[in-house]
Design a protein around this ligand. Structure first.
Ligand SMILES: [Zn+2]
Length: 159
């Protein structure tokens, strides 16, 4: 794929890390959130992105973000089908979240309790939900979207 400049990404990440070598510096970072924005922003590699992956350095507390390609390819954090899951519930509030989105939502504290986690897991392949289940799913999905879809440019930059 064109446009993902590894040298540029490296020169952004390494100064924010304790290690001075990218190969180990990248291991200091954890995924702390994802967002889909409606306007393009830039990954530190120079690529235009809508899919933001916020990361935090576990050793020194620094935070930054990279795009979904760079986090998988260079930082080595696997986001799997997380963004596909997000786009699916963005398009249809009653859609089923996939495994990667459910795990992420739980890890980030977007689910209130284990019950919500198990409900999403148990119904993730179901085509027909009861009206109560459907209402519950919409409520959870709306909460997840509130944390992950940015309508106004710049909101995420204040983090
Ligand atoms: Zn990038």
């Amino acid at each position: 794929m064109e446009g993902h400049n590894f040298e540029r990404l490296k020169s952004h990440i390494v100064p924010l890390s304790n290690s001075m070598a990218f190969e180990t510096a990248r291991l200091e970072w954890d995924l702390i959130g994802v967002e889909i924005s409606e306007e393009f922003d830039q990954c530190p590699c120079g690529q235009d992105i809508l899919e933001h992956c916020y990361i935090r350095n576990r050793l020194n507390g620094a935070t930054t973000y990279v795009g979904n390609v760079c986090i998988n390819r260079f930082v080595g954090i696997d986001t799997g089908n997380l963004f596909e899951g997000l786009k699916r519930i963005q398009a249809d509030l009653s859609a089923n979240a996939n495994d990667d989105l459910i795990e992420h939502a739980y890890r980030m504290g977007y689910l209130f309790n284990d019950k919500e986690y198990h409900f999403l897991k148990q119904t993730r392949l179901k085509r027909k939900l009861s009206s109560a289940q459907s209402a519950w799913k919409k409520k959870i999905n709306r909460r997840i979207l509130n944390q992950t879809i940015v309508q106004r440019r710049g909101v995420h930059q204040s983090r």
